[in-house]
Design a protein around this ligand. Structure first.
Ligand SMILES: [Zn+2]
Length: 440
């Protein structure tokens, strides 16, 4: 930054000379003009300095070392699929990840990582020590699934597709993580960076496992890389959640006595209609905001005025300020409806998860490298946006540059008929291996 400062200083000085300002009596207008040019050049200089270069090159990707790593993945395809199926069949609903954790710990151990332990929260941590001056990088995949009470899981294979609850989300990433480590170890890779490989608990309940890990270790991490989501989707910002439940309450009455009695059902209808008229930003993408009224509840019988009616709001935004603005407007709408109808109201907010953005994350070496890798691997449907909802959010909220990387292509996530493509898994694995190699 300082070199760019000096450079722009010289340029603006020269320019000022060229346009005849130098040596002239500095009038107010001249000073303002110089400042304007200086500011402009400083801005240009800074933005070009702050936009980092990608660390990816085709020379790296096509190097014999990387090609050998890729060959290792290809040679082991059947073993990888077998282990993927086996791990998926170890049930691990949030809060019940112990069996998977034991399995991951044994695998980290036999892969030859330097320090392996299970922390108090139940996360499995495998550290691969680097050298002095290297970065500290977290790579995480979550062990838990949303399938509470599902204890019998059998994976079905149909051609290129595996079917089972949890097959993709996020068991596929655990397999990617394991086999990336194995491939690198097998090739004799000696990292400069120190890697913290994590198999986490309770991601699906709001990144609780990842937060517990980050709180328990006193390390300044450089990057957090969450392995989660579809292949090709990369998020470098944290999507915020700010919804809740609105309730209107009144005295109620039998239909026959209901003339003039305020009706909470009518109040929620009014409020919902007005909420849907709110103008929610679409661009810039960092401020993208959306809401959905997913549930309406009210009344107990058809022949009486409801005493209590409510609706839920799922509100999401890439920008925390925007999220709070919309919440404020929702409150104002409800208050107006309350004043018009004479009904009481309240807004019960969900557990908030704040939106966070890291300045210039999109132009960082990390994100640019990821994009180049995806393009090199010919991944289809690449989408890069700041609206993430993965364990990378935990890094981002701590100011750490963080992204997620997808696991494979899949369908019906969070449903019992979940599906994942086999060939996409190997592509995702190569993306991780190549990223680790580029980050060195
Ligand atoms: Zn997930």
């Amino acid at each position: 930054m300082s070199s760019s400062f000096i450079l722009t200083d010289i340029i603006s000085h020269r320019l000022a000379g060229a346009i005849g300002l130098r040596g002239e009596k500095m009038t107010k207008k001249n000073i303002l003009f110089s400042l304007l040019i200086f500011g402009l050049l400083l801005g240009l200089g800074l933005s070009s300095v702050l936009a980092e270069n990608s660390l990816f090159t085709r020379t790296i990707a096509n190097s014999p070392f990387v090609q050998d790593l890729f060959a290792y993945v290809e040679q082991n395809e059947e073993a990888i699929i077998a282990e993927w199926r086996g791990l998926t069949e170890i049930p691990a609903p949030s809060g019940y990840e112990e069996k998977r954790a034991q399995y991951m710990k044994v695998q980290f151990d036999s892969a030859g990582l330097d320090k392996i332990y299970i922390d108090e929260a139940g996360n499995v941590i495998g550290i691969w020590e680097g050298r002095d001056g290297g970065k500290k990088i977290v790579l995480s995949a979550h062990m838990d699934t949303v399938f509470q009470g599902v204890w019998d899981i059998q994976v079905i294979r149909e051609g290129n597709v595996l079917k089972a609850p949890g097959i993709g989300d996020d068991t596929a990433s655990l397999i990617n993580l394991l086999w990336s480590v194995r491939a690198l170890k097998e090739a004799g890779f000696k990292p400069k960076n120190t890697y913290y490989f994590l198999a986490t608990v309770e991601e699906e309940t709001g990144f609780d496992g990842m937060r517990a890990f980050m709180n328990s270790v006193q390390e300044d991490f450089d990057y957090v890389i969450a392995l989660d989501g579809d292949l090709g989707k990369v998020h470098y910002g944290a999507l915020g959640f700010g919804g809740g439940k609105v309730t209107f309450r009144g005295p109620g009455a039998h239909t026959m006595q209901s003339r003039g009695v305020p009706n909470p059902n009518l109040a929620i209808a009014k409020a919902i209609e007005r909420i849907y008229l709110l103008d929610l930003p679409i661009s810039p993408i960092e401020k993208w905001t959306i809401l959905n009224v997913g549930m309406i509840m009210g009344g107990k019988v058809r022949n009486a005025v409801s005493q209590e009616s409510s609706f839920t709001i799922d509100l999401r935004s890439g920008d925390q300020q925007e999220l709070e603005n919309v919440q404020k407007k929702i409150r104002k709408i409800c208050e107006d409806v309350s004043n018009e109808t004479g009904l009481e109201w309240d807004f019960q907010r969900d557990d908030q998860s704040k939106a966070y953005q890291i300045p210039r994350a999109k132009d960082s070496a990390l994100v640019r490298t990821v994009v180049d890798i995806l393009e090199y691997l010919d991944v289809k449907d690449i989408e890069i946006d700041p609206l993430g909802s993965t364990e990378a959010n935990v890094g981002i909220e701590r100011g750490i540059l963080s992204v997620n990387l997808g696991r494979t292509y899949g369908r019906y996530k969070h449903s019992l008929r979940e599906e994942a493509d086999i060939d996409g898994l190997f592509l995702a694995m190569k993306q991780i291996i190549l990223l680790i190699y580029c980050l060195e």
